[in-house]
Design a protein around this ligand. Sequence first.
Ligand code: ADP
Ligand code: ASP
Ligand code: MG
Length: 472
Amino acid sequence: MVDTPTLLVMKFGGTNMQGAAAIRHSASLVARSLNAEVRVVVVVSAMSGVTNLLLGVAEAGEKGDIAGANDMIAALRTRHFTAAQELGAAPDSATVRELRELLETLRQAVYGVYLLRELTARSRDLIVAFGERLSAPLMSLALEASGHRPHHLTGGQAGIVTDAHFGSARPLSSTAGRIRDRLGGLLDAGLTPVIAGFMGETEKGATTTLGRGGTDYSATIVGAALHASEVWAWKDVDGVMSADPRAVQGAQNIAQLSYGEVMELAYFGAKVLHPLAVTPLQDAGIPLRVKSAADPDFPGTLVTASPDTDSAHPVKAVTAIRGVSIINVSGAGFLGVPDVVADLFAALARENITLLMVSQSSSMSNVSLAILSSDEERTLEALGRPMGGRPMQLDVQREVAVLAIVGAGMRGTKGVSAKLFGALAGDDINILMISQGSSELNISVAIEGRDVDGATRTVHTAFGLDAAVVAS
Ligand code: ADP
Ligand code: ASP
Ligand code: MG
């Protein structure tokens, strides 16, 4: 067991791992904290762009384009070997041998997909997790170069055992004990574990992934298991911001958020954290800090249980999900038949379809569902059968976006929705659906996809979130 007074889990994202210089800098951020009293467990993402490239490799294999797949693997080889060399690895070093072996195993896995012309969720996970497996040894090199004693492991080796929902696997309850067993000894021996994020493995040893952006989640799973003092997610932004800084120039850092607020933000499209990332931390109340790698002294965002409401800013952030479709379900006799509604939700649950918004007309003659367009085909198939014994009519509206405002201070504050609708109306933006969560942590609206950027900026300004406004 870990008996150190302070244990930090530090997560580094793709940008923080994008090449030798970034990795060296990330290692220096670990080194700043690491000393006799503070132990650090490091969790790393793949180098930026690598996960998408691996998805491309897997698809090329499935399509029969083995030459294309091998070219992409060659590009991966060059990128990782170059970084290893720049981090001081000799051509015959153990790290270079390890990278070579990993790339060879990847090549074999892709060749299997090519021979079968079949890419299952299971094989896709195996292939896509190579990004993190390849970047962990690079972080080890950088930590070694700064005089530390790292030891890198895959997510599975670190003890993350999951269900078999490939592509969106969830940790099993045995994970926490296993992580303590696997990492406790390393920490007691004075080693710094470096874990390949994003991935775990099933009881039978098949590689799984936790969903896109899953390294945040790996870090919090490990942090909770080890009863860490804090989990720090180092990012290429100042922290969690009042809007995606790529969409809204005036977006500003949010100093404090509650676990619930972060979950709402991530669920409604803020890519900064995996939607489930805070869940492992909630019970133990372990704080999560989101910090800027470029400005390590800046406090960033502190995420804890207490919501810290600021009455001047009941809304803390605006976020949006693009690529949404609305399915309008109607049918003769829908009216007041509970079986219809029960069948409908059961069909969606069976298909594991994420419902972004639901609204039912008060006459109960139709139900509108906002879903990700990528789930549209499966949704139409799931709802294509009679519901409660009655045939349903399905109409689809595409190119929709869901915009959400988030903040615990909205609870009990009057006039928030009026301000939202007023701001959107002022910009002549048509609202297609409305929903307010009963938690009152968010209000979300579905709008035309083409309006989303402008609407986000307008709403951000309307709630006084632009940096200049808040600073004044
Ligand atoms: P990492 O690899 O470190 O996890 P990501 O690219 O997954 O980094 O997440 C960081 C990115 O999330 C930022 O570059 C930013 O564009 C985007 N983002 C979207 N919404 C927000 C928000 N509200 N606050 C901060 N970043 C956001
Ligand atoms: N590399 C994975 C992704 O791009 C996991 C992560 O970065 O968190 O989704
Ligand atoms: Mg991420």
